[in-house]
Design a protein around this ligand. Structure first.
Ligand SMILES: [Zn+2]
Length: 255
């Protein structure tokens, strides 16, 4: 399995990047969250929206789903992509950006396509056997889900925007997952705001990854990138594995 970050901050107007994580295995490509620059981000790593088989949306905040209208516009107007070849995994039927896209490009939607997968603790998505995906309900300022993606040889947990409590609740599923992608608000000095927005801070991330027995933590969505040294330091007080601040556009082989 290999992964590539389209962005590591909510939106970076200078780099023109936004949140989005591409996961690839044996020609199958999934996009986890689509921030406002998702289409540009895909082109930036040598892909296009046509290369996606499935899109998972964790929640309704714009930095995680603001790129969906442009993805659908591209498929509907500028490509040969058939709706039947796309699978959506979204938390609920009235996800604002999908509702908008359905209104704007009704001809792209039929009763059965794109296929929609109910994101719940009971469902899982398998991309023609390349992946297994399990969904985890997190805890944020609105309904938010994470996902564990597994192949026979690799596992990655994508855990966007959750309070510590929401992550603790999912410990049984997360134990043993080797690669963890987590939104980390900053270090403990910012705890008050982190609590308000229901994010975790570096201390939480370090303690949880240690408890789960993970090997690598990929930090995304930091509010202030200049905090990275403080975050790495604080995570390192609890977690002995690798702490990685991924570079946008780098393909990372994971096991
Ligand atoms: Zn959010």
């Amino acid at each position: 399995m290999r992964i590539c970050f389209l962005g590591t901050r909510n939106v970076d107007p200078e780099l023109k990047t936004s949140l989005g994580l591409v996961v690839q295995e044996r020609q199958q490509t999934i996009l986890l969250d689509a921030g406002p620059y998702a289409v540009q981000g895909l082109h930036g790593i040598g892909l296009s929206p046509d290369d996606l088989q499935a899109v998972f949306v964790s929640h309704d905040h714009a930095d995680h789903c603001g790129g969906i209208p442009a993805l659908i516009m591209t498929w509907a107007l500028a490509s040969q992509k058939q709706p039947e070849s796309i699978t959506w995994a979204v938390p609920h039927d009235d996800l604002a950006m999908l509702t908008y896209a359905r209104h704007a490009y009704p001809f792209f939607f039929t009763d059965t396509a794109p296929r929609r997968i109910e994101v719940s603790a009971a469902t899982s998505l398998s991309g023609k056997d390349a992946f297994g995906i399990e969904f985890l309900k997190l805890d944020h300022t609105l309904e938010t889900w994470g996902a564990i993606i597994r192949t026979p040889t690799a596992s990655v947990a994508y855990l966007p925007d959750s309070s510590r409590e929401g992550l603790i609740r999912n410990a049984p599923a997360l134990r043993g997952v080797q690669n963890v992608v987590m939104s980390v608000f900053g270090s403990s000095s910012q705890t008050v705001d982190a609590a308000r927005f229901k994010f975790c801070v570096a201390k939480d991330a370090g303690q949880l990854c240690a408890e789960w027995g993970s090997a690598r933590l990929y930090v995304q969505h930091m509010v202030n990138a200049s905090e990275s040294a403080a975050v790495a330091d604080e995570v390192g007080q609890y977690f002995e594995g690798d702490v990685i601040f991924p570079e946008v556009g780098d393909w990372l082989e994971i096991a």
